[in-house]
Write a protein that binds this ligand. Structure first.
Ligand code: TXA
Ligand code: MG
Length: 313
């Protein structure tokens, strides 16, 4: 069921049920983060591997002190500046956070989502919300209540409808070490914005997965999505195939077009990406083509999602 009843969402969450919630990035699949049974059902419903931890969503930056054992000075400056907003911070967890939320890790990712309905919900309930994106594992993240309905509608009792999301892809996940900001996942807050606060580095991926959202195959469409240097050249080399294309700007092209922006506006491209991937998945093409995007600003997060959705990866 889809609706805008915050009290109903709160009541269901208190009973240990799951609720789809809007955020500024993508929709989340929320549960009472202090209720281990409710958290287990997130993993079950999404078919999510049990080693892939969940983000803890809190009502405001002050709440972080309850769930983090300690907060580096730079991390708390970043929180003051960017919360609520699409920045998630990895911190040592306090004993209040169940091991199921962090998949056994001593660290927890905290975030204050910037959406009026979900902020109201968070201030109404007595607990933080554990929430991954509200899609089945390895499918495209949802940017509207109806996307959540399509993927999980039969498995959850309620989806709080907050309209289409305004960022369109997930939050940036960072860890602060000393004066340095390590990026675990590019997202809604750009590296350029973070650089005003400290040196920004890429978190080296280790064998032990730091952020399994970084698993190479992720965000997949059902059809193959191919990242190709030159769409027109590729199509002319494969004349017997039917392609759809994701375009960053208007172009004359002999294929089913899904326009992410008229004029290469990166924020618009990011916001339309997942919705257009879904559209392309449903048209009558055999495969989806897209060219590499400029890796600046939020383009870096778009590039990351495209690489991990594409078949060569
Ligand atoms: O924008 C977002 O962050 C959305 C909305 C719903 O808030 N959430 C989201 O959650 O993208 P999810 O579960 O799809 O991705 C969270 C990523 C995963 O890659 C997970 O591995 C990583 O965060 N993560 C969560 N807790 C972690 C931890 N304790 N240590 C390392 N990585 C963690
Ligand atoms: Mg996800």
């Amino acid at each position: 069921m889809i609706g805008t009843d915050v009290a109903k969402a709160a009541a269901l969450l208190r009973e240990g049920k799951l609720v789809g919630i809007p955020t500024e990035t993508v929709y989340g699949l929320a549960a009472n983060a202090l209720n281990p049974e409710a958290i287990s059902s997130i993993y079950a419903v999404k078919n999510r591997p049990s080693f892939n931890p969940l983000i803890l969503h809190i009502a405001n930056a002050e709440e972080a002190e309850k769930y983090a054992l300690s907060i580096p000075k730079l991390a708390s400056e970043l929180m003051k500046h960017f919360c609520p907003g699409p920045l998630s911070i990895l911190l040592p967890k306090s004993d209040l956070v169940p091991d199921l939320v962090t998949a056994g890790s001593e660290k927890v990712v905290l975030r204050v989502p910037n959406h009026p309905l979900t902020l109201r919900l968070l201030s109404e309930v007595e607990f933080p919300l554990a929430a991954p994106s509200a899609n089945m594992s390895n499918t495209v993240s949802p940017t509207s209540a109806s996307h959540v309905q399509q993927g999980l509608g039969e498995k959850i009792p309620y989806i709080l409808d907050g309209g289409s999301t305004i960022v369109g892809l997930e939050s940036t996940i960072i860890e602060v070490i000393g004066n340095e900001i390590f990026v675990l996942r590019d997202g809604g807050i750009t590296r350029e914005e973070l650089e005003k606060f400290g040196e920004v580095r890429q978190m080296k991926s280790t064998k032990q997965v730091q952020s399994p959202g970084q698993l190479s195959k992720h965000y997949s469409t059902r059809k193959p999505l191919l990242l190709v240097e030159d769409i027109e050249a590729y199509i002319s080399m494969h004349p017997n195939k039917i392609y759809s294309v994701l375009l960053f700007e208007e172009k004359e092209i002999n294929a089913t077009k899904h326009l992410l922006s008229k004029d290469y506006d990166l924020a618009e491209i990011a916001n339309n990406l997942f919705g257009k991937m879904r559209e392309a998945d449903e048209d009558d093409s055999e495969a989806i083509l897209v060219e590499p995007i400029q890796e600046v600003g939020i383009g870096r997060a778009v590039a990351d999602r495209l690489k991990r959705a594409s078949v060569k990866n």
